[in-house]
Design a protein around this ligand. Sequence first.
Ligand code: 13P
Ligand code: SF4
Length: 395
Amino acid sequence: MTMTTTSAPVSTLALLLLGQSSDLASERGVDCPGVLPPASDPDLVERATAAKAALGDSVFILGHHYQRDEVMAFADATGDSFKLARIAAERPDVENIVFCGVHFMAESADILTGPDQRVLLPDLAAGCSMADMAARDQVDRAWATLREAGLSAETIPVTYMNSSAAIKSFTGEHAGAVCTSSNAAAVMRWAFEQGQRILFLPDQHLGRNTAVRDLGLSLSDCAVYDPRLPDGGLTRSELTDAKVLLWRGHCSVHARFTTDSVAQVRERVPGIQVLVHPECQHDVVLAADFVGSTEFIIATIEAAPAGSSWAIGTELNLVRRLASAHPDKHVTFLDRTVCYCSTMNRIDLPHLVWTLESLVAGRAVNRITVEVETAKWARVALDRMLAMPGPSARD
Ligand code: 13P
Ligand code: SF4
């Protein structure tokens, strides 16, 4: 099955939730064709190993840090979204890239790879609720509001990697760039050299945290643009005065952490250091000791002295892996309640086996293909990011 990401088929939420329908305009999820091996199959590891060996150099498996252990065991390269985008762009020799991550990441890989290379997402239901919070028609309406206010020419869109190809394409068309959590500060600084105002999509928290922590702006320089309200819920002077217009979107995983989580863990474990992802809410970021992307989180724990204690505010698969990789350090999850990214977790060993065995049988399943015009402008926005200085560690 090939999925072209700019068509807009009709589907019902009920069927989507049952995993029996398709909404190709959404990151939320679509059905998965074919017969999956049962999760109880005791031979899954052997089957994945055999299929991967049979495919040899024709397949390259990318694994985002939030993926399950059972999937990461088969990844040829692991990374955050920035690193994985770079790796995909640097492998023109690989025929099939199996992307163990979420839909927007596979779209970016398709955009950055050649037309003969295939990018496969083992489960099409692996979307991203944050990316879904900015639809192209909403962003077009917001831009029309800015144009009518005479502000569009001086406003530069910056979109987080965690957005659909259609939003990246909008960004490329309007002289903007993509950013990731690793390089948001560099991209925002670049944007302020191009214009006076940034429209930051779709994660308000990454936009606010970067503007205030890294660029030294004040909270009052930022205004939240709510796409569900006329003119984003902002008056003309609020639109004009804002240096950063923050799209009202968030990550349902990272936004769950609160300052109570931070206070409680500090009380439970005296001397513990709190390390969070910049998708967390601003007050949580202020309460933390260190802030950075998943790559930064990993590097910080690797460099930490034995015996040190850490509470980490990011996706649970990564935190659990870090804890077991560093038994000499005390690594704990920032919140007491379980907090996996449910869509990242859709990619499991049965889906990986199914994808690899289908390739062995000559069928490329769940191919992600971004429509040509969308891909052209999205690539412009991605290339602007890739041409900028690399990720900066932050603390
Ligand atoms: P990074 O991979 O850029 O750290 O982003 C985290 C995330 O939420 C990915 O979905
Ligand atoms: Fe989207 Fe958040 Fe899941 Fe990342 S962790 S894929 S931003 S919902």
